[in-house]
Design a protein around this ligand. Structure first.
Ligand SMILES: NC(=O)c1ccc[n+]([C@@H]2O[C@H](COP(=O)([O-])OP(=O)(O)OC[C@H]3O[C@@H](n4cnc5c(N)ncnc54)[C@H](O)[C@@H]3O)[C@@H](O)[C@H]2O)c1
Ligand SMILES: O=C(O)C(=O)C[C@@H](O)[C@H](O)[C@H](O)COP(=O)(O)O
Ligand SMILES: [Zn+2]
Length: 379
């Protein structure tokens, strides 16, 4: 990782078979334009900017800048948030690329949150079996997580992210200016993934949040910038070792570690018909799986209790409807970590020691849920 002393832009390198850089800085449009041929590919002529309605002004400005650079540029507006992650929306994007005559040397830019980078990444992965994609994440969550590592996907009636592919971007540009227009609850949602990185790999993240939760939720603070860079670094370290989630080595679960809190989290999102923020659902999922690990005799009380404390400090939820266990339990069975009828959870053996717990006792799972269940009136 390097930081340019003049511009202050931090560059993190993602190694592997298709290496790329993640840039974190302020006002990065100029950087994007300066680095375009390298990122979009020397031969790219056509570029499509996929974005939600909320970012139409920024997408239009980017398109105009691309036109000035000589690209045949267009914008593709997709539904906001999770509504973008549907087969019909991918099909709409494919039709636009088809009408515009997109070839294998042309490229996609995604501009938006994780829902947009997941959908746009999937469109780029599948059009002609793969064209280049550059992500310009505009939410905290997308910067620290969704835009890095190449997981793309859409939802189906059966569950979250059940169709997708691994398709690494050619570059990622995190413009911290974007965070100043982000609603506070969206920023807090992104912090859940940052806190996740703290529990699975980098405890300094937890210390920073605990020391000053106000700074951690202030889009202009140096603390948040450090949290962004640390979160991205954790993600890079994990994915370079196990891009396709085939497993880690030396007892480490590999990429599955990044799924900490997601087994229950995804089930909650589905139960809420995807109207619940991803980060909020993952926060509840982390608190739950800390209770699972405690009950299984794997996690010490101090680390288990720390989950509720740190998540609470930044305003993330740590409980969910007590009456929903049966539905959530059923939904967890289609989690990608499941093998046959065996549910598998990422748990901690201790701080920054993730591991997989396969086939835990059903009573244990229910008891852990009773500990986080909230009565109807507190919702
Ligand atoms: N592929 C991965 O590795 C990965 C990792 C984590 C999460 N995800 C996925 O990411 C999605 C969640 O992403 P998210 O939390 O970014 O949600 P999101 O994409 O729905 O964005 C949240 C909201 O913020 C708005 N928005 C975006 N940028 C803005 C800005 N700068 N200013 C004002 N408003 C802005 C969006 O229009 C939307 O309404 C989920 O679908 C999740 O499954 C994927
Ligand atoms: O990058 C990963 O790997 C992750 O698991 C990161 C998660 O934060 C992210 O929500 C991811 O989309 C979940 O993946 P899935 O395979 O469980 O759908
Ligand atoms: Zn996630």
């Amino acid at each position: 990782m390097t930081t340019d002393p003049v511009t202050g832009t931090t560059r993190l390198h993602v190694g592997g078979a298709a290496p790329y850089d993640v840039l974190v800085g302020h006002g990065l449009t100029g950087t994007l334009l300066a680095g375009l041929p390298a990122m979009l590919g020397e031969d790219a002529q056509r570029v499509a900017v996929i974005h939600p309605r909320t970012l139409v002004a920024r997408a239009t400005a980017l398109r105009e800048a691309l036109l000035r650079e000589g690209y045949d540029a267009r914008t593709i507006e997709v539904p906001d948030g999770e509504a973008a992650k549907q087969a019909e929306v991918a099909a709409f994007c494919w039709s636009v690329l088809g009408e515009a005559g997109f070839t294998r040397s042309d490229a996609v830019i995604t501009l938006g949150g994780g829902a947009t980078t997941d959908l746009g990444g999937f469109v780029a992965a599948t059009w002609l079996r793969g064209v280049r994609v550059v992500h310009v994440p505009t939410t905290l969550l997308a910067m620290v997580d969704a835009a890095v590592g190449g997981k793309t996907g859409i939802n189906t009636a059966a569950g979250k992210n059940l169709v997708g592919s691994f398709h690494e971007p050619a570059g990622v540009l995190c413009d911290l200016e974007s965070l100043t227009t982000l609603p506070h609850n969206e920023l807090v949602s992104g912090l859940a993934e940052v806190v996740k990185c703290g529990f699975i790999a980098d405890p300094r993240i937890l210390e920073l949040v605990e020391a000053d939760p106000g700074a951690a939720t202030d889009p202009t603070s140096p603390e948040l910038r450090e949290l962004v860079v640390r979160g991205i670094q954790v993600k890079i370290d994990v994915v370079v070792d196990d891009l396709r989630e085939t497993g880690g080595s030396g007892g480490h679960p590999g990429r599955e570690a990044l799924n900490y809190g997601h087994t229950l989290g995804h089930a909650i999102e589905r139960a809420e018909d995807y109207r619940f923020r991803h980060g909020a659902a993952v926060a509840i999922g982390m608190r739950y799986v800390a209770e699972v690990a405690r009950l299984a005799g794997r996690l010490d009380d101090e680390t288990a209790d720390r989950h509720e404390r740190v998540l609470d400090l930044v305003g993330l939820p740590t409980g969910y409807r007590a009456d929903r266990w049966d539905e959530l339990h059923a939904a967890m069975k289609v989690d990608k970590k499941s093998r046959g009828n065996t549910l598998r959870f990422v748990v901690l053996d201790g701080l920054a020691r993730p591991t997989v717990l396969a086939g835990p006792d059903e009573e244990l799972l229910r008891t852990a849920y009773e500990r986080i269940g909230t009565p109807a009136q507190s919702r």
